[in-house]
Design a protein around this ligand. Structure first.
Ligand code: AGP
Length: 606
């Protein structure tokens, strides 16, 4: 999952491409490159960050046409040679690509036999050689690109330029996102609006199989069979400022700190205090249809999946419908039995995660009814679903998801309230949940004020070789997400377990070197959780308890106390301190907090 950018217009492309790549770096950051067309192709590419690339792009890199790329390596280790763009042997064609070409080896062998000289180990390079082979005869670059793509098996978001056609860029999409930016006498294309909102907020999303030709004075789009397609521009809600750190040291801390506002935005206009229900205008279901579902199946990846587990509990508690969550790829490949009276809910912050998108497409092929809970407006998963809920949490730039995780859980509370109130959830319970939801932003503010205490605890535990996270029922998905956050940004090994499962194995790991973070809400399982703390302490384990009250020092070394809300909504608040704990542990360990190693923000490959 890489980031690609393209520009054609009166300005010099290089600075625009570099700034765009900077804004897309959360998509992949192991190598980068740009090429501009100016009496031939001029290219620079390096192993490293976009800043390293900017350092080697000379000011004289003139020309109003160019493409750029920031990489998350899949085929060929990060290196100057494997970085994109890739040129054809005659240096006429340049290609940047986001995705995976599954039949690259087979095509490469044929092209090498036909005299092509490959410089890199990448799958992408086959495209530049394939296009170069047809561009001479072809009437247009677009025709040559289409012919090449017909031979490709796999996913792609690509941008292509031809040294002999200095006025146009061809882009195409199949599985990986491409958005066009419509400017004044200039055109942009990118993997994400983040790279172009500085210049325009008028955008067009390409669908799978679509191809577009961009020229300074406009664009045209075509379906796979070359039929022209009509596109309605969308206006992006967010401006470039939303993609800045806003004075925070890291995007992650900014996004954690934004949560009182982002949760308020997710709730805005969706609570009805007269009937104590939730209004979710985007579901595209009337009450009769909403009542017809006998089961809810939630799918997503990583943190989206964990917020889905909180969602499943909320739906079972408030709507009394059987519900569960499953990793999207597991769901997709186990050939699930798709039932007409099951409501499927796909969760994705980016709306581009390939495993989730492919699972939604599989469900649609089997006639499933799929709702999306998505943050990125106009994204592929949002467009593929039958209806859904947008989070309105704003752009999430840091690779580790925080505000989107919290807003997803809030969106599930709204969905559960909606499903419940069209069934047997009483107006009194509806009121209780509505009021609880309205208290969340203020209570999150209270928890953020605990940052100094949590920072100190993070420093205390950061050098642990490994940490255990435990919770029961509502606390378990919170523990899973807490372990996920610590792992992905601090690289400290962490495991999450249902507290009840400890004595069935993991308790063997417990000792002074393995501290435990225990999620202990004041609910009907409080005593059981306190017993578990006793079992851990009895084996010399250190305990950091996150709950609604302090615990006896015999049971916990440290306690983080968060305000109480409604029992069903407490998991949303209990997750916040774990975000801060992971953040400060990563800072204490000197990690690259916003761009953790080996990861990327939007996983657009399988
Ligand atoms: C979370 O911090 C990670 N970035 C990752 O697990 C993420 O949640 C997962 O890749 C799903 O992404 P999505 O919500 O954009 O689909």
């Amino acid at each position: 999952m890489c980031g690609i950018v393209a520009y054609v217009g009166p300005k010099d492309a290089a600075p625009i491409l570099l700034e765009g790549l900077q804004r897309l770096e959360y998509r992949g950051y192991d190598s980068a490159g740009v090429v501009v067309s100016n009496k031939g192709l001029k290219m620079r590419k390096v192993k490293g960050r976009v800043a390293d690339l900017a350092a080697v792009v000379p000011a004289r890199f003139k020309g109003g046409l160019g493409i750029g790329h920031t990489r998350w390596a899949t085929h060929g280790a990060p290196s100057d040679v494997n970085a994109h763009p890739h040129l054809s042997t005659d240096e006429r064609i340049a290609v940047v690509h986001n995705g995976i070409i599954e039949n690259a080896d087979e095509l490469r062998a044929k092209l090498e036999a036909d005299g092509a000289v490959f410089l890199s180990e990448t799958d992408t390079e086959v495209l530049s050689h394939l296009i170069a082979r047809t561009v001479v005869e072809a009437d247009s670059l677009e025709e040559a690109v289409r012919a090449a793509l017909k031979r490709i098996v796999g996913t792609y978001g690509i941008a292509v330029i031809d040294a002999q056609r200095p006025g146009e860029v061809v882009v195409a999409r199949n599985g990986s996102p491409i958005v066009l930016g419509i400017g004044e006498k200039e055109m942009f294309a990118a993997s994400d609006v983040a790279a172009l909102v500085r210049y325009t907020r008028q955008v067009v999303h390409l669908e799978d199989g679509e191809l577009a030709v961009l020229k300074a004075d406009g664009f045209s789009t075509f379906a796979g069979d070359a039929r022209p397609t009509a596109k309605e521009p969308l206006t992006v809600d967010w401006d470039a400022g939303h993609y800045d750190t806003g004075g925070y040291e890291h995007y992650l801390l900014k996004e954690i700190s934004e949560q009182p506002e982002t949760v308020a935005r997710t709730l805005r206009g969706r609570l009805d205090d007269r009937f104590h229900i939730a209004h979710l205008g985007g579901l595209n279901m009337d009450a009769r249809e909403t009542r017809s579902f006998r089961r809810v199946k939630i799918i997503g990846c990583g943190s989206a999946y964990y917020s889905g587990q909180i969602g499943a509990q909320l739906i079972e508690e408030l709507a009394r419908i059987p519900a569960d969550a499953e990793p999207a790829s597991e769901f997709r490949y186990r050939s699930p039995v798709v039932e007409p009276d099951t409501l499927y809910v796909a969760i994705s912050q980016s709306g581009e995660t390939y495993d989730t998108l492919a699972a939604v497409q599989e469900l649609k092929r089997k006639g499933g009814r799929v709702l999306g809970i998505v943050n990125t407006v106009g994204s592929a998963i949002a467009r593929e679903c039958d209806g859904g809920v947008y989070l309105h949490a704003g752009p999430e730039v840091s690779v580790a998801s925080t505000k989107a995780f919290t807003s997803t859980a809030v969106a599930f509370a709204l969905l559960a309230l909606h499903l419940g109130r069209v069934r047997d959830l009483s107006p009194a319970d509806g009121r209780r949940i509505c009021e609880g939801l309205r208290r969340l932003p203020g209570q999150i503010k209270e928890i953020l004020a605990l940052e100094p205490q949590i920072e100190e605890l993070a420093r205390k535990y950061a050098d642990s070789p490994s940490m255990m996270f435990v919770g029961r029922v509502r606390g378990y998905p919170v523990a899973r997400e807490g372990a996920q956050k610590l792992k992905e940004i601090s690289y400290v090994h962490a495991e999450a377990y249902p507290a009840s499962e400890l004595k069935h194995g993991p308790l063997a790991l417990i000792g002074p070197e393995m501290p435990t973070v225990a999620i202990v809400p004041d609910d009907e399982l409080l005593d059981k959780n306190l017993t578990t703390l006793g079992e851990i302490r009895a084996r010399g384990g250190r305990v950091l308890m996150v709950g609604h009250r302090t615990a006896d020092p015999k049971l916990a070394d440290d306690c983080v106390v968060v305000p109480r809300n409604e029992t069903e909504l407490d998991p949303i608040l209990l997750s916040i301190p774990l975000q801060l704990l992971a953040y400060h542990a990563a800072v204490a360990l000197g990690r690259d907090v916003d761009k953790p190693r080996n990861l990327a923000k939007s996983v657009t490959v399988e």
